[in-house]
Design a protein around this ligand. Structure first.
Ligand code: AMP
Ligand code: MG
Length: 413
């Protein structure tokens, strides 16, 4: 299918995801699962807590014995975490108990140590206050029951997920396969990061930004280096790049005389699915497929490159790993300054979102344009204006995508 027209963003994303294969899952050891996408549903293999558990250091008691506090009880034993009670609690008795220890049969509450006073070298104890039935006891199975589903496949494994996996005894688990990505930048003006640009030249920043974006999306990414604007040289690099699951090319996709990417991709029988998307920044945007391999031709403009990578390539990389959610979290923000959109395309404007006065507010990042990587690095969100929306005023509410650096870039959070 050849779509020559300018494709709306939603439609383009649908096309990308529709052509993105989910890679076969693989098995990893738990410590290596962080950041991967869970490839199986995880169920509880036991109740949690697995027994009636004390939530405090104190004394297991019958709350009925303590209603007339202060009262004195006989201390008949001690239970530490990891031990199992060897006797039941009888009326008039208390058993000293530690946090995490199983509550003995007969006990109906745990009295925290602070509300007690040990007497006679610990043989007896004074309860200084009454204690409600059930107080400070976490009952067996209140968190989850054996067999309950704890985690659904398709979620990204974060530190909190690691705790659940560990509790469920998942020493090994299935995770989505990791896509590999090759990054090619083209432009006669580009020099290496270690070079001082001579007249008319600039450093390659996209290569670094996009390899980093790919890695943060869970891919194994490598750089094919800087390739000059010569079809044969680009073709050579493209051939190399097709060893990976995804090839991303930055630069050379506009209408300039040296924009050769489409011509080169045709040599490799790449089926182009679109070449222009109604997105600002970044209208020229090529997506194609060669068998199971995906190719993205992104604009060379650094901000356009990062934004389009985030919206399309990141989504594809996550889908390849089996992720359910492939787009950034979308929230409503109140604009602190007006945002313009004369592009006639859906606009993704870099902004800095903070939480102020009980609401999320967005201050548009003032930028010199699509090349301004320094301004873009101030942003932690992309504010969205529809193609038909020429302007949004200060005070107006608009949708925004939160980038992964939200907390790090928000001093107030
Ligand atoms: P192009 O898409 O090749 O027409 O490039 C558009 C703009 O982005 C030009 O100003 C290029 O110099 C700039 N550009 C292209 N590639 C890169 C890169 N890898 N790093 C930084 N800027 C770039
Ligand atoms: Mg160029």
């Amino acid at each position: 299918m050849w779509v020559e027209s300018v494709v709306p963003v939603d439609k383009a994303l649908e096309i990308v995801l529709g052509h993105t294969p989910v890679l076969p899952a693989e098995e990893v050891e738990l410590p290596n699962a962080l950041g991967r996408v869970l490839g199986e549903d995880v169920h509880a293999d036991h109740d949690m807590p697995p027994f009636d558990r004390s939530a405090m250091d104190g004394y297991a008691v019958r709350s009925a014995d303590v209603t007339q506090a202060p009262v004195v009880l006989d201390v008949t034993g001690q239970i530490r975490a990891g031990q199992w009670p060897d006797r039941a609690l009888e009326p008039g008795q208390a058993i000293q108990i530690m946090t995490g220890a199983p509550v003995p049969p007969g006990a109906t509450a745990v009295q925290p140590a602070e509300k007690t006073r040990a007497l006679e070298g610990g043989r007896r104890v004074e309860m200084l206050a009454p204690v409600e039935p059930g107080a400070h006891i976490a009952r067996q199975g209140v968190e989850v029951r054996a067999g309950d589903r704890l985690l659904e496949r398709g979620r990204t494994i974060d530190p909190a997920t690691m705790a659940v996996l560990a509790s469920a005894g998942k020493r090994r688990l299935r995770v989505g396969g990791r896509p590999t990505l090759a990054m090619l930048v083209t432009g006669d003006e580009l020099v290496e990061v270690w070079d001082t640009p001579s007249r008319g030249r600039i450093r390659n920043s996209n290569g670094y930004a996009m390899v980093a974006q790919a890695r943060w999306a869970g891919a194994e990414a490598r750089s094919l280096g800087i390739v000059p604007d010569q079809a044969d040289r680009i073709a050579e690099a493209v051939r190399d790049g097709f060893r990976d699951d995804v090839l991303v090319i930055s630069g050379g996709v506009s209408e300039g005389a040296y924009d050769l990417v489409e011509e080169v991709l045709a040599r490799f029988d790449v089926g182009l699915l679109f070449t222009k998307v109604a997105i600002k920044p970044g209208a020229p945007l090529v997506f194609g497929r060669r068998g199971d391999k995906l190719v993205f031709g992104l604009p060379g403009n650094p901000v356009s490159a990062q934004v389009t990578f985030d919206v399309f390539v990141r989504a594809a990389l996550l889908r390849m790993q089996g992720a359910k959610v492939v787009s950034r979290p979308r929230v409503e923000v109140e604009l602190l300054d007006a945002v313009k959109n004369r592009s006639g395309r859906q606009a993704y404007s870099p902004a800095r979102v903070t939480f102020e006065g009980g609401r999320l507010v967005a201050r548009p990042v003032s930028s010199q344009g699509s090349a301004d990587v320094v301004a873009h690095a101030q942003a932690n969100a992309l504010v969205i204006l529809e193609a038909s929306q020429l302007r949004a005023e200060a005070g107006q509410k608009v949708p925004a995508l939160l980038l992964g650096n939200f907390l790090e870039r928000d001093g107030s959070a």
